[in-house]
Design a protein around this ligand. Sequence first.
Ligand code: HEC
Ligand code: HEC
Ligand SMILES: [Cu+2]
Length: 402
Amino acid sequence: MNALANNPTAQAVDNVLIYIFGFSLILLLGITVVTVWLVIKYHRSKHPEPTSEVSHSILLETIWTLLPTLIVLTMFWYGWTNYTGLREVPEGALEVKATARMWSWTFEYPDGQRASKLYVPVGKPIKVQLISTDVLHSFFAPAFRIKRDTVPGMETYIWFEATEPGSYDIFCAEYCGVGHADMTTSIEALNEADFAAWQQPKATGGEARGLAVMNELGCVGCHSLDGSEGIAPSLFQLAGQKRNLASGGEITINAEYLKRAIRDPNAEVVAGYDPMMPAYDENTMNDADLQAVVDYLLGKVQKPVAPKIDARALLENNGCIGCHSNDGSESIAPTFKGLGSRQVTIIRDNEEKTIKVDAAYLRQALLNPNKELVKGFPAIMPSADYLSDEEIDALVQYLLQQ
Ligand code: HEC
Ligand code: HEC
Ligand SMILES: [Cu+2]
């Protein structure tokens, strides 16, 4: 455990704590010492008779009223200014949406990426928007001294900034049911390069080079890529199309024609358009880029295939594993192990029925969990309807093989 962290939120809290605790300690010791000293000094054995008759002292009373008031006010002021610092998110913060549910956390990034741990870059403020889908939870990251409830139907937030790479605990700090103690995860603070690398593989695939060149050189200022014609022909699905030329005659679009159309646009002008396209010579567009553009226009570049959905990761990142196990152990929800070849007894409209697990049943179990309840289990499973169709399919296929 790091006693004193040097990240901004921890520092703000620690400073106030030390200030208040320090003053309290000084007062405690001071008052105790003086009390003991007076008890000894004025003990009755030494002074059998009352010594003097002081009724009051304006000076003393003023001091002991004003001094503590001032001390307490500085405590308030110091605490208040640091507290507002905890609520004012610095500019340029990365916003991450944290969803709490029984009994797990999911973090969603602006680019749509989801993770079960909170990956953050070092040296950048992070605003965490807190959402709960079911009951009260509380986001607690002790290393940053931040703790905030997540409330169903309400959005709360906290912010922090990691100053050193490392792994920092996150707990749920609001008792939320049987799995509460397991509702832990971590903040993984990565340096900039590692964070960029973490973001990479799951990003939506690198843009094709050809498209990038066309964006850089401004072709899309005149040409549309979606079939709509404007001042220039659309460059949508060109492969095999025929063109009427202004000079008369017809030509079938192929690689040679496209290369000429780019290097020397006036050689063949498409009928119905002004010959206003600038020529792109090798200095503006080298041969490799020309080839990339032509490949792109002819549809030879494979569209980046959607990354294969990793069902196991889905289970972990969406909190399924908080309730269900993979290994046959059963707690508050049926285990996934052996699910695909299982007979289950379900309760539907108050009637018991035993059925064989199949894809249709699993789909229903995911999207409409309370319609058919597995006998002996409570109706606590949240619907997974926030997942895409593809994700649901992937989960169903995966679960069938368990
Ligand atoms: C200033 C507007 C303009 C810009 C910029 C421009 N074009 Fe063109 N382009 C045209 C016009 C107008 C035509 C049709 C007349 C012609 O054939 O020259 C055309 C024709 C073409 C054709 C033949 C299309 C067909 O349907 O047969 C291709 C291919 C093409 N452009 C590619 C490009 C590429 C690649 C770039 C960027 C490197 C680019 N153009 C930039 C205006 C533009
Ligand atoms: C809050 C705890 C909880 C969470 C989170 C949860 N489940 Fe469940 N799940 C249950 C319970 C309890 C049952 C049994 C009662 C019922 O049928 O609803 C169940 C039933 C199921 C069933 C039917 C199992 C069987 O034996 O027939 C499937 C499949 C399932 N869950 C998949 C998932 C998936 C996938 C996720 C994540 C997207 C998930 N669950 C998240 C608690 C949970
Ligand atoms: Cu919780």
